[in-house]
Design a binder for this molecule. Sequence first.
Ligand code: PMP
Ligand code: GLU
Length: 397
Amino acid sequence: MKLSARAQRLQPSATLTITAKAKALKSQGVDVIGFGAGEPDFDSPDHVKEEAIRAINKGMTKYTGVGGIDELKDAIIYRLKEDHNLEYEKSEIIASVGAKHTLYNIMQVLFDSGDEVIVPAPYWVSYPEQIRLAEATPVILDTKEAEGFKILPDDLRAHINSKTKALILNYPSNPTGATYNEEELRAIVDVAMDAGLIIISDEIYEKIVYNGIKHIPVASLGEDIKKSTILVNGVSKTYSMTGWRIGYAAGDKEVISAMSKLQGQSTSNPTSISQWAAIAAFTGDHQVIEDRTKEFEQRKNYIVEKLNDIPEIYCFDPQGAFYVFPNVSGYYGKEYNGKVIKDSLDFTEFVLDEAKVAVVPGVAFGSDDHVRISYATSMDDIVEGINRITEAVKKLS
Ligand code: PMP
Ligand code: GLU
């Protein structure tokens, strides 16, 4: 059967592909350490699971309103107010099947062919593909390692023209872990506002921040800014609930209503049981989140130090999320067994073959000098995996 041009152009998700590859090798008995998956190794909290069981037993197993039940919207509104003093009405909130789906819907209802959307790189793998699926053009804005992978206002200005419709922000960033303080954020947002851009702000890692940093949502910077911003978040990362598939958007009523119409013709509501579980997550005890973030920080400190001890690797110290994005280009041009490492794909293949460690090539995130390592895995695996990489790269000369 001939596939649509759209389907033929679509690239598979590199993060999901590597994760699946590592799982497949493991099930064949290969002793692989998986640093690919961007999902917390922790289980979903008990009170979340209990609420889901209660929902099943109470028969909460039917279709719900397309954009989620009122109780879920109330719980999201409560969280935004409690955490950031942000006020939204129910008509400004929609729940979807994970934040990936939320983002997909946003792109579909906002963009047309001819529109340009600025995507700061390194970027999460799905943004450019989702923009292209909406027939728009992703315009990549490269950030520099030396600048802490942050967008500089002048660089942003230089990428804007009359076709530019929106800016994607993602902080703490997947894959770099970079985030912004209020001053830096304001400087970027001012440029976007001057140009009349819509800001799509993916803040899914907001709770996973280090060194006592407090996350500042774009929408909290002022009423006008809030009106131009669609805030995206979800339960996957904060509450270790990747499999439940609940994400949400908060923003302009008209956009939310268009997303609801699209959802009504595609997926309908996100799973009813997951919606109840998400309510428990948003309204329940948050101590567990703090404890887990501390644990992530310890792992991060270990991994950054060990990677920086490797002669040809430089590893930026992230301020949030659960990834490191080491620069491995010092090994490019070196070889082992007659095979020259030319790029991040070769390096990824080398560590998988020689160290049995799965990492994601940086090229999938728009930076071929790097690889992404997720430390959302046990400390034992981290110690073993980093040791294996340290030993393997010694073979390169
Ligand atoms: N945004 C970013 C930056 C992510 O890393 C992820 C993780 N896959 C998502 C959105 C989507 O998360 P989910 O669909 O699980 O809510
Ligand atoms: N966001 C995670 C990652 O970057 C999960 C995989 C995905 O949805 O892309 O690995």
